[in-house]
Design a protein around this ligand. Structure first.
Ligand code: PLP
Length: 400
C-alpha cells in the first residue's frame, strides 16, 4: 500500500543528509564542548557552525542571539517566564486565543497560581487578530506579548512584525512562537523589533528534542535552567551536540532551498485544496482567504467527524490529523476551531493535511482518489462517524 505522510505539522522525517551529518557526533567526535581538549574543540566548532546556519535561516543579526533548547516548548516557556522575572514591575501578558498549548497552559497556570493577568485576544472567522482589542490591552503593566507567527492547525499567519512594534510602544517585550513558520517562510529578524522567537527542529527535518530560542541582543533575560555556564549562562545543561548538528544541517538545507520548496508546496497544496473542493460539496477551507503557510490545508466536511476520516484514510495509507482534541474522554473541537467560530455543521468534520518538501504530486493524487469516497460514505451512513469500531481507539490526545 502506498504510504502518504501528510502530517508534517505534527513532525517531519529527519532527512538522510541530516542523519549522516549527526552520526559522527555520537561515537567518534563525542566530546563535551566545555572541555579544553581536541574532542571538546571539535564539538565547539560543530556548535558554532550550527548556530551560524540557524542565524542565516532566521535572519538574526548575530549568531550569539541563538540559544539552543530541548524543544519549542522549552523555548516558549523560557520566553514567558524570563519576561516576567526580568520585568518585575509588570505583571500582565498578552497572547491570542489560538496559541499552542505550550503557551496557553503555562499562561493558565501563571494566572491561577502567580496572580499574573493574561489577556487573550480573540480572532475572527478567518483567523485574523482583533487589532482594536490588542491595542486596548497594551499598557505599562504588559511585560510580554507572545503571538505565534503561524498557527499549527490552520496555517494562518499573524503580522508579527507590526504587532511587535505596537508592543514596544507600550514598553513591553515581544515573543513569537515561530515553530511552524521557521524553514517554511523567509524570516528576517534583523528587519523587525521582535525580541524573542521559538523554533523547533523536528518541524523542519531535524530530530525531535532540539529547538532554539532567538534572543535579541539587549533583551533582558533570566534563564529557565540554571546550574551551568553553557550557552553564555543562558541555558544550563551539557549541550546535545548530535541534535544541534542535525538542527544546523536541517537549517542549512532549509535556507538554500526555501523559496523553491515554498513555491512547490504551495502549488501542491492549492491543487489538493481545489481538487477536494471540486469533488466534495459542502466543505469549508479554514483560513482560505488569509495569508497562510504554504503547506497546510485545514478543511472541514459537513456531516462528518474528522476523527472518523483520519481513521479511514489511514487504512488507505494516508497519515493526517484532525482538528479535535480529547477532552474528558470524548473528542471535542480544538480551541483553535472554536476560537475561529467555525460553524457548527463543519466544526466536528475538520482535518489537517500538512505537506512537506518531500510531498509529491502522486501523494496529492492518492488523497484525491481516496478522500471524496470516504466523505461520501460517512454522509450516507452517519453511524460510521462513530469510530469506536476502528482499531485505533480514542485516547488522551492533544492537537500538535
Ligand atoms: N508551538 C507550536 C505552534 C507547535 O506546533 C509545537 C509543536 O507541535 C510547539 C510549539 C512545541 O514544539 P516541540 O514539539 O518542539 O516542543
Amino acid at each position: 500500500m502506498k504510504a502518504v505522510y501528510l502530517d508534517n505539522n505534527a513532525t517531519t522525517r529527519v532527512l538522510p543528509d541530516v542523519v549522516l551529518a549527526m552520526l559522527p557526533f555520537f561515537a567518534e567526535t563525542y566530546g563535551n564542548p566545555s572541555s579544553v581538549h581536541d574532542f571538546g574543540s571539535i564539538a565547539r566548532g560543530a556548535m558554532r557552525q550550527a548556530r551560524s546556519s540557524l542565524q542565516t535561516l532566521i535572519g538574526a543579526q548575530f549568531a550569539d542571539e541563538i540559544v539552543f533548547t530541548s524543544s519549542g516548548t522549552e523555548a516558549n516557556n523560557t520566553a514567558i517566564l524570563s519576561a516576567l522575572e526580568s520585568m518585575p514591575d509588570r505583571n500582565e501578558l498578552v497572547i491570542t486565543a489560538i496559541e499552542h498549548s505550550s503557551i496557553l497552559l503555562l499562561c493558565a497556570e501563571l494566572e491561577k497560581h502567580r496572580g499574573i493577568k493574561v489577556h487573550s485576544i480573540p480572532v475572527d472567522q478567518s483567523g485574523q487578530l482583533d487589532i482594536a482589542a490588542y491595542r486596548a490591552v497594551l499598557s505599562p503593566k504588559t511585560a510580554l506579548v507572545s503571538i505565534m507567527w503561524a498557527n499549527n492547525e490552520t496555517g494562518t499567519l499573524f503580522d508579527v512584525a507590526t504587532l511587535a512594534d505596537l508592543a514596544h510602544q507600550a514598553g513591553a517585550l515581544f515573543h513569537t512562537d515561530a515553530v511552524q513558520a521557521v524553514g517554511k517562510l523567509p524570516i528576517d529578524l534583523k528587519s523587525t523589533a521582535i525580541n524573542m522567537l521559538s523554533l523547533s527542529g523536528h518541524k523542519f527535518h531535524a530530530p525531535k528534542g532540539i529547538g532554539a530560542l532567538y534572543l535579541r541582543r539587549g533583551t533582558p533575560f533570566v534563564p529557565l535552567l540554571r546550574g551551568g555556564r553553557q550557552e553564555r549562562n543562558r541555558r544550563a545543561g551539557t549541550e546535545n551536540i548530535p541534535a544541534i548538528v542535525g538542527l544546523g544541517n536541517a537549517a542549512e538545507l532549509a535556507s538554500t532551498e526555501l523559496l523553491e520548496n515554498e513555491k512547490r508546496m504551495r502549488r501542491l497544496r492549492d491543487r489538493l485544496e481545489s481538487g477536494l473542493q471540486r469533488e466534495i460539496d459542502d466543505c469549508l477551507v479554514i483560513g482560505q482567504t488569509q495569508p497562510r503557510l504554504p503547506h497546510v490545508l485545514s478543511v472541514a466536511f459537513a456531516g462528518t467527524e474528522g476523527e472518523a476520516i483520519v481513521a479511514l484514510v489511514a487504512r488507505a495509507g494516508i497519515a493526517c490529523s484532525t482538528g479535535a482534541a480529547c477532552a474528558e474522554g470524548s473528542m471535542q473541537p480544538s480551541h483553535v476551531l472554536r476560537a475561529l467560530a467555525v460553524p457548527d455543521r463543519f466544526i466536528r468534520g475538520a482535518i489537517r493535511l500538512s505537506l512537506s518538501r518531500e510531498t509529491h504530486g502522486g501523494d496529492v493524487d492518492h488523497v484525491l482518489e481516496v478522500l471524496p469516497a470516504i466523505v461520501e460514505g460517512l454522509r450516507r451512513q452517519p453511524s460510521f462517524n462513530r469510530v469506536d469500531h476502528l482499531p485505533e481507539k480514542r485516547s488522551d490526545r492533544v492537537v500538535v
